[in-house]
Design a protein around this ligand. Sequence first.
Ligand SMILES: C[S@@+](CC[C@H](N)C(=O)[O-])C[C@H]1O[C@@H](n2cnc3c(N)ncnc32)[C@H](O)[C@@H]1O
Length: 306
Amino acid sequence: MICTVLEMWFRYPQVPMSMAFLVCRTPPKGLHSAVSWSFRNIACFSTSVKTNSDEQSVACPSDSTSSIWTINKGNNTNSKARFRQHVNPLAKRYQVPTDLPDDWPNDGTFDNPTLPLHIDIGCGKGAFLLNLAAQRVGAPDQEHEKRNYLGLEIRPSVAHFAKQRVPKWNLSGSVDFIGCNANVDLERILEKYVSFGGEVALVSIQYPDPHFKNKHQKRRVVTPQLVSTLSKFIPEGKELFIQSDIKDVLDGMRTTIREEGADYFLDSLSNMDEYISENPIGVATEREISVLKRGLEVYRALFVRK
Ligand SMILES: C[S@@+](CC[C@H](N)C(=O)[O-])C[C@H]1O[C@@H](n2cnc3c(N)ncnc32)[C@H](O)[C@@H]1O
């Protein structure tokens, strides 16, 4: 363990020693990848995060509020704002369905709610969808159809932050972010979307939280239930894209999709040892930018709905 910690410390010297000891309290199984991932996170956090007066406002509201998803924390759109790193999606407070207007997405959220939808599950602060939409919405071309963009994010304050960014990017009417637990709300959200005549064009799940400990793996976002919901709403020929910098995490998602979605999804690569080398969407997520900057490996897979 000491060797692993020292090796990681050499790679990420900006991580304070006190944090290194905290990181040491990771599980024995998969120790190297757990320590490595923790260091990467802390390193990324230490280099990109600027102290900000809104820091204290980002903890999730307590269970005593009417809903954790209703959040009004002001208008902070500083992309270096600091947020709580992880939550437990199985905690009781995250089983509460999100607040969604009855007429969503026809409530003005999208200018044209019948457009095909790109949905990004676990979107974080939203830069990926904002960048993608900024490229595509203003200048639709023949290669790229006109779409709506929706990000789902479990940390209410992060979802709120992403939502606040939409008007600043002049993307109101094309992009939306919903604070929700995708494992609780995805089906209801997609049911609502298709009920107004739209359909799913693409689903992306990028760099999901790894939850390394064996006993925590059931917290991972790609579950058999999620795959079943996706198979119900992704139309034939449309795609599901997954990527991670942790091989085990990518392999885990891929296996779940292959097994639970055997009748519905076709892996574009038949061999589990092969991965797509390029991001087929062509826009990197925040996590991806930080991973690529360090020259670390990325594992990607693409499924097509049969
Ligand atoms: C490691 S971050 C990656 C964020 C972004 N996709 C990127 O690549 O930069 C994973 C994100 O998924 C969110 N998340 C985890 N479980 C979720 C769930 N059940 N529903 C929605 N979001 C979830 C986390 O809060 C976090 O923002």
